[in-house]
Design a protein around this ligand. Sequence first.
Ligand code: COA
Length: 260
Amino acid sequence: MQYENLLLEEENDILIVTINREKALNALNTQTMLELQRLFADDAPHRTYLKGVIITGAGDRAFVAGADIKEFLALDAEQGAAMAQRGQDIFFLIERFSKPVVAAVNGFALGGGCELAMACHLRIASETARFGQPEVNLGIIPGYGGTQRLIQYIGKTKAMELLLTADMLHAQDALRLGLVNDVVPPAEVLPKAKALIEKIAAKGPVAVAKVIEAVNAFFQYNEDGFAREVSEFGATTGTDDFKEGAAAFMEKRAPQFSGK
Ligand code: COA
């Protein structure tokens, strides 16, 4: 299969997927999301020999700096909800993949980038990584599972704070809070992710797949929360606040929200 925005490389039966939009800090545009969907729905499941998958970002600045703000600027509420639903469905494919998926977080993991990392089974962060859900800066809310998975990983207290303030976490704080599995120097991120997958590859493959299913099942009760996130995301994409927030971002100025 051909991919425009994903670089795929196999090494010792580990699939390394690089989100390759370095100039836009690897922001997830529609094309990239559709390619992730194709990869996890139609391609990777047929590579039955794989030990696991690593997802990382091109360059040394960003894992993924969010959904591509330029693209969803003009969406109305219905289109916004559809976008969030599609994104959640794609990230569920990753979360439910039967082999371990490790995020190698090499820089900013913001918005959709933090949500992508959280959809992976394990996260190895570079010392330079920063995590956050800054959507309220733009006058919207996370739409790819962020309001639900952040609580699962770090608990309601800190999740509420990060979601409301848009503050970013340094890698060591993400480790302390349980958002990531390990923090290593930048050059060690990929080797560490590979070593983790090699370790798991020595275990019973059926058992590994069943652990993933069983752990995911613990959070099934949250599905209403995901649905609520879709409708609330849709409601925020249609607002003047979002138009202003996105315009301010692109014009590199502070937003003046009207509350409409
Ligand atoms: N969508 C689209 N483009 C993005 C992007 C995003 N989420 N994040 C960064 N970019 C683009 C910028 O527009 C800029 O493009 P330009 O060179 O054409 O102006 C380029 O990537 C570099 O980003 P810039 O903001 O100039 O880098 P910085 O070092 O000053 O700041 C960040 C880095 C990550 C703090 C900043 O880019 C940022 O806040 N990004 C948005 C994060 C966000 O809100 N994500 C959630 C989206 S729902």
